[in-house]
Write a protein that binds this ligand. Structure first.
Ligand SMILES: CC(C)(COP(=O)(O)OP(=O)(O)OC[C@H]1O[C@@H](n2cnc3c(N)ncnc32)[C@H](O)[C@@H]1O)[C@@H](O)C(=O)NCCC(=O)NCCS
Ligand SMILES: Nc1ncnc2c1ncn2[C@@H]1O[C@H](COP(=O)(O)OP(=O)(O)OP(=O)(O)O)[C@@H](O)[C@H]1O
Length: 285
């Protein structure tokens, strides 16, 4: 008889999904140079955020992601009980984030997007985006309705925000982020450039409510047109694309226009990519 059992316990599906979600958030934060966002170089357009805080916040969310996957496996179907359970877990995750960051919003949008995707991946790994959309369409009786930045921007500009992106099945991820990630990889652009190109592809069309709130319609136009200009110039791997990317970074910082929503959707893109590589899903999201 041995004093210790040295055989590692296999990770459960919920453990693996929580690991992949946290990894995706850390990869998003580390990716550099992202226009006006927190990265390895600095704080972008944010005065209250830094890379260490993004990492600490990502790690603090692990239990919430694991619990979401577990409750999905336990309840076994899309319905109001599951929607309300993940709403409660998401709000607890938000509290854990705020305690870790001393009150700074580092990952509110990411808890929403990645939380839905983790739940859906546990439940229906063959149609993750559709399952996440069905969950997002259900009402959570206990969700507070504060006049969030997103709600204010929706009133002022009629913009679709984080809720609608999820309810539509994450078109920015499935139709922009993932295809561009695959295309830039196939062109041999290197992993970091492929990820930057995926972020830019998301930015070309997104109504990012962070940008609208901070910089209005001129800010949103600068983000979308500038991201398109980088891709048209050959993307992050080309010299002229890099020059355009630098210009976009300067321009968005000057406008205080940080594309936080696009960053969250890049993390969602990286999560689905990891889920596919991990064999949890075969790519039919
Ligand atoms: C739906 C959510 C995201 C709130 O959305 P709302 O637009 O009202 O809030 P807010 O202005 O704080 O923005 C949320 C974040 O979404 C991201 N975002 C911005 N624009 C977009 C977009 N077009 N698409 C996707 N994400 C976006 C940004 O990171 C932003 O910070 C969600 O946090 C929520 O319902 N919160 C209520 C509390 C809750 O139940 N939490 C648990 C959810 S599982
Ligand atoms: N690397 C990143 N850098 C900056 N923001 C990011 C990054 N990754 C994700 N985000 C998202 O951007 C949001 C932060 O944006 P912002 O600071 O505008 O939010 P806020 O606290 O709602 O607004 P404000 O700071 O203007 O009061 C976070 O919710 C987060 O989800």
């Amino acid at each position: 008889m041995h004093a210790f059992n040295l055989q590692a316990k296999p990770l459960s599906l919920a453990d693996r999904l929580a690991d992949l979600a946290v990894d995706a958030l850390i990869d998003e934060a580390d990716l550099s140079p992202k226009p006006a966002l927190v990265d390895r170089r600095g704080n972008g357009a944010h005065t209250d955020l830094h890379l260490g805080l993004m990492h600490a916040s990502a790690l603090a969310l692990w239990p919430a992601f694991k619990e979401m996957a577990e409750v999905a496996l336990e309840l076994g179907e899309v319905g109001v009980p599951l929607r309300e359970a993940i709403g409660r877990i998401g709000r607890e995750g938000e509290q854990a984030m705020l305690v870790t960051t001393n009150g700074v919003n580092t990952h509110r949008g990411a808890i929403w997007a990645l939380g839905l995707l983790v739940t859906a991946a546990a439940l229906q790994p063959k149609s993750i985006a559709l399952c996440a959309a069905r969950l997002a369409l259900l009402d959570d009786r206990y969700a507070p309705t504060p006049l969030s930045h997103g709600a204010q921007v929706a009133q002022r500009y009629g913009a679709r925000g984080a809720r609608e992106e999820a309810q539509l099945g994450f078109p920015s991820v499935l139709q922009r982020g993932l295809p561009q990630l695959h295309k830039s990889r196939a062109n041999g652009h290197g992993e970091q450039n492929a990820r930057l190109d995926a972020l830019l592809a998301i930015m070309t069309e997104l109504a990012d409510t962070c940008v609208l709130y901070r910089a209005g319609e001129p800010g949103l136009h600068a983000m979308q047109a500038g991201a398109q200009a980088v891709l048209d110039a050959g993307g992050s791997a080309s010299l002229s694309g890099r020059r355009r990317l630098h210009e976009l970074d300067q321009q968005l910082i000057a406008l205080n226009a940080s594309p936080g929503g696009a960053a969250d959707l890049l993390a969602a893109t990286l999560l689905l990519d990891r889920i596919e590589h991990d064999g949890i899903s075969q790519g039919a999201f």
